[in-house]
Design a protein around this ligand. Structure first.
Ligand code: ZN
Length: 404
């Protein structure tokens, strides 16, 4: 136990310059304070080198070409395993932006070789399952980051996330969906600023600080959220955070490389260690839509569309069995006493309202913004609305089918 505490307190940071050879073992492990604590004895340099190599392999040759440095933080270790963060950095001012992962490494026999797994790789979950260096909570969360769960990016757009600021505040969307590095990858990221400039966790999870200015939170179902360019930020090393925890402030920090011209948070959506297209995912009860080019697009809440440059209010997270009423440019949708237009109207529900769904059943067919559906949702107040006019993030029942 004492050992664990010690490694939490003495996070070892090792910076590797790629233009030069990997540093000699002594330089990496000798100094116990600023430049890094001894992690795994003499094997430390091997560990850093092998983690860095695994990250560069994972990034792929095209992206790795722009990532000229590396920073490895060993958060905890024992005789057999080490775990921490690795970030591949870019030079300050570069167009490219850094890439980061969590890693778990296990000694491969008595020699200098380590078996390294990054989040999103099946071996990551395997090593997490038999790790002595992870807390119970870390093991549970990491099990969902082993690359085996992909449902959440395959037509299930429920994220459980709010926007990264206080509920009720409105911030400006400075940049719509774009690749994390403005390159050719999925358009995973948004540039956001405004309000009190306090950047908050979008959802519960475990937070990490791979390098200065950056925070990544692993959420329990394979999603991760990432925040960059932060000032005054948390130094987290697997720190549990809740939705709304203050992470830092918007800024122009480029501690891991890249560039930021104006104060903002570069917010990215990830799943299983990969950036994923943020479009259509529900975040803060908005769904962001791609533009014709990166940084364009709009945000949609019910029928209200806000183009880039406009302000969006954080309505908080949408529950997994909730939906946002989208009246397809009308003001209201009818509630009925059963699943179809043959049943009497029993009221209306406003465009943009949040509804809670008890169960779903087939009924009359209707066409809304997102297509045609014969599914109807019974709300928790007993009234029914057509699923064609409710955006839940899932094409199908979100709370099961109604019983007979
Ligand atoms: Zn950005």
């Amino acid at each position: 136990m004492g050992r664990t505490v010690r490694w939490v307190a003495a996070v070892a940071v090792v910076v590797v310059g790629f233009a030069v050879a990997v540093p000699v073992a002594g330089a990496v492990v000798a100094t116990p304070v600023a430049s890094g604590a001894s992690v795994a004895g003499a094997a430390s340099a091997d560990l850093v080198e092998q983690v860095t190599r695994a990250a560069r392999d994972r990034a792929g040759a095209a992206e790795a070409a722009h990532l000229t440095g590396a920073e490895v933080r060993v958060l905890r270790s024992d005789r057999r395993q080490a775990y921490g963060t690795v970030v591949l950095t870019t030079p300050p001012g570069a167009d490219a932006l850094p890439r980061d992962w969590l890693f778990i490494a296990e000694r491969d026999g008595a020699g200098p070789a380590w078996r390294v797994a990054l989040d999103g790789q099946p071996a990551f979950a395997d090593l997490a399952a038999r790790s002595g260096v992870l807390s119970e909570r870390e093991s549970a969360v990491f099990a969902a980051h082993g690359g085996r769960l992909s449902a959440a990016v395959n037509g299930d757009y429920r994220t459980g996330m709010g926007l990264p600021w206080a509920v009720g505040q409105s911030w400006t969307v400075l940049g719509g969906p774009h690749a994390h590095d403005a390159g050719s990858g999925p358009w995973s990221s948004l540039d956001l600023a405004g309000g009190d400039q306090r950047v908050l966790a979008v959802r519960d999870g475990l937070a990490y600080t791979p390098c200065v200015g950056m925070i990544r939170i692993l959420h329990p179902d394979g999603y991760a959220s990432r925040y960059y360019h932060l000032w005054n930020h948390l130094r987290a090393d697997g720190t549990p955070v809740s939705a709304g925890t203050h992470l830092g402030d918007t800024g122009t920090e480029i501690g891991c490389g890249g560039a930021a011209n104006a104060r903002h948070v570069h917010f990215s959506l990830m799943h299983n260690g990969n950036f994923v297209g943020i479009a259509n995912h529900i975040i803060g009860k908005w769904l962001f839509r791609n533009g014709g080019a990166q940084y364009g697009g709009s945000a949609l809440h019910g029928s209200r569309s806000v183009p880039v440059g406009g302000q969006v209010q954080n309505y908080g997270a949408l529950g997994r069995t909730q939906g946002i009423v989208d009246a397809n440019d009308l003001a209201t949708v009818n509630r009925r006493s059963g699943p179809g237009v043959g049943y009497p109207v029993s009221g209306t529900v406003a465009d943009g309202a949040t509804v809670s769904i008890a169960c779903s059943a087939d009924g009359t067919s209707h066409t809304g913004r997102w297509g045609t559906s014969s599914l109807w949702n019974r709300l928790t107040d007993g009234t029914w609305v057509s699923d064609a006019y409710v955006y839940t993030g899932l094409a199908g029942p979100v709370n099961g089918r109604c019983g007979p």
